[in-house]
Design a protein around this ligand. Structure first.
Ligand SMILES: [Cu+2]
Length: 183
């Protein structure tokens, strides 16, 4: 096995690792197709309760910047629609907000009267990833090999098992030994 192939294999392993992590993150578009608006009466509380939002996911607020913005506020400010001193503010019209820790987060529109009209959303972020890969907290159960898991849902099983075998640590070790012997 040449060093070129070794490098290729290593690159693939790192690519797959990144893929396995990124696949677990979900983008939640606030209000779904309606977006972040007051034109259509959207029940944002209902929207939020219909979602399972995990750490690592992100929120997407889409709106017309002439009429809306997004302010992250405290619970107290949320209750009273107080937009005077937000924790964070967004105004791109397509704000992607990564959710990095568990907890409840509060967002409202800072334009006069909009929060009172219902343009506010309370988002509960649950600890742990939405993927089974990073969530072994649910007890024992069947535990496949660590390398097999990331491929379980994406490619066909035959390709998955071949890939996981090919990139298994033992296989790498053998490849490294062969490389040393040959050179
Ligand atoms: Cu607004």
């Amino acid at each position: 096995m040449s060093s070129g192939k070794m490098a290729w294999a290593l690159q693939w392993i790192s690519t797959m690792a990144v893929f396995a992590v990124s696949v677990s993150a979900t983008v939640h578009k606030v209000g779904d197709s309606a977006g972040w608006t007051t034109l259509i009466p959207v029940d944002y509380a209902k929207w939020a309760s219909s979602k399972q939002i995990h750490v690592g996911d992100s929120l997407l607020f889409e709106y017309n910047t002439k009429f809306h913005n997004v302010l992250q506020v405290t619970q107290e400010q949320f209750k009273s629609c107080n937009a005077s001193s937000p924790v964070a503010s967004y105004n791109s019209g397509a704000d992607s907000i990564p959710l990095k820790r568990p907890g409840t987060f509060y967002y409202l529109c800072g334009f006069p009267g909009h929060c009172q009209l219902g343009q506010k959303v309370e988002v509960k972020v649950i600890a742990g990833s939405s993927s089974a890969l990073l969530g072994p907290a649910s007890g024992p159960g069947p535990s496949p090999s660590p390398m097999g898991t990331p491929f379980a849902s994406a490619p066909p099983p035959s390709a998955a098992s071949t890939l996981s075998y090919f990139f298994s640590p033992i296989c790498l070790l053998v490849a490294a030994l062969l490389y040393c012997v040959c050179v």
